[in-house]
Design a protein around this ligand. Structure first.
Ligand SMILES: [Zn+2]
Length: 328
């Protein structure tokens, strides 16, 4: 994702308009199982392939593994191949991984994360270090790992005869292909989140499934993660955002799902889900108020590895999301 520009007043005004419209769903009444050990293992398995940079062998191998994994958990899986124009004005191939899990209630909810790794570590201090790819344990693999574990738990609940929602899972490709800091050409708009832009365009034209709302997970494994309310999420999906934050507080995870807001809107996959697919979508994203970038020190560096993945954080995020989507 990319740091947005600061226009807090604009966002606040929009928030006031949108928050009254959103559905206020009930608070959760069940505590769902979620295994942080399992989510951690799914993250480690992705990272073990190496950096998942689009066009690389590692990217193909990890994508194939994700497709198989989703299928073993009872989902119908498809590769969605496409092309978009990248930061340099060239065609960029992409592969979104799309899965549908049929639940037992009328609800159908979107769970999404990006599965690609950034090709450049352009937040590294030294210029020469900026051309190595990011391993993406947090920035990519963490959201995917938590969603895989949520799906595993949903399939267990369904087999037990419990009421579970249908879930559309999308692992977006090419989220992190945005203009690198070393690029000297003309800066283009919308170079981040290419996979979600493509998916959203296809969804609005072709999808027979009506999705009620969406949850995007991005960088959800850091030991000191905090998830302030993000501006685009408040603007487009405030009722669902509040439902998630209430669930988290009831479960005792208020130190992660903090009451503050990000300093600016964040351009992440949910922006295109909200604006192109027109599905209200909340971004749960680790955002810091004490760093220059707004993100953790390892963000877009060589330090984004398994050392920064923490079981307690995964548990907080996974349990909050699972409990919320299973609430009536
Ligand atoms: Zn990133």
């Amino acid at each position: 994702m990319f740091r947005g520009i600061q226009y807090s007043i604009y966002a606040l005004l929009l928030l006031c308009v949108s928050c009254a419209k959103q559905q206020q769903s009930s608070t959760p009444d069940v505590r769902c199982d979620f295994s942080a050990d399992s989510a951690y293992a799914y993250i480690a398995q992705q990272v073990a392939f190496g950096a998942r940079v689009p066009g690389s062998e590692e990217h193909v191998a990890c994508g194939d593994w994700l497709v198989k994994k989703l299928a073993t958990m009872g989902a119908q899986v498809q590769n969605q191949y496409g092309t978009m124009i990248n930061y340099a004005g060239e065609w960029q191939s992409l592969r979104n991984i799309v899965a549908y899990f049929e639940g037992t209630t009328q609800n159908a909810i979107l769970l999404c994360a990006h599965w690609d790794s950034r090709p450049w570590s352009d937040e590294e201090e030294h210029y020469d270090d900026r051309f190595a790819p990011v391993l993406g344990a947090n920035d990519g693999a963490s959201g995917v790992g938590v969603i895989l574990e949520i799906l595993r738990q949903l399939s267990i609940l369904k087999a037990r005869g419990e009421m579970v929602p249908s879930v559309q899972i999308v692992f977006f490709d090419c989220e992190d292909m945005g203009t690198p800091s070393h690029y000297t050409g003309l800066e283009r708009p919308h170079t981040w989140c290419l996979g979600s832009q493509y998916w959203a365009q296809q969804y609005i034209q072709h999808s027979p499934i009506k999705l009620q709302y969406g949850i995007l997970l991005d960088m959800v494994g850091d030991p000191s993660a905090t998830f302030p309310r993000e501006y685009f999420s408040m603007q487009y999906a405030n009722g669902y955002l509040e439902q998630l934050w209430r669930s988290a507080n009831r479960l005792g995870y208020g130190r992660y799902f903090v009451p503050s807001t990000t300093y600016y809107p964040i351009t992440d996959d949910h922006y295109y889900v909200n604006t192109i697919a027109r599905i209200p979508c909340v971004d749960i994203i680790d955002y810091k108020t004490n760093t220059e970038t707004g993100f953790a020190e390892w963000w877009h560096t060589q330090q984004d590895d398994m050392r920064n993945i923490n079981h307690q954080t995964l548990q907080a995020v996974g349990e909050t999301v699972l409990t919320t989507i299973c609430s009536k």
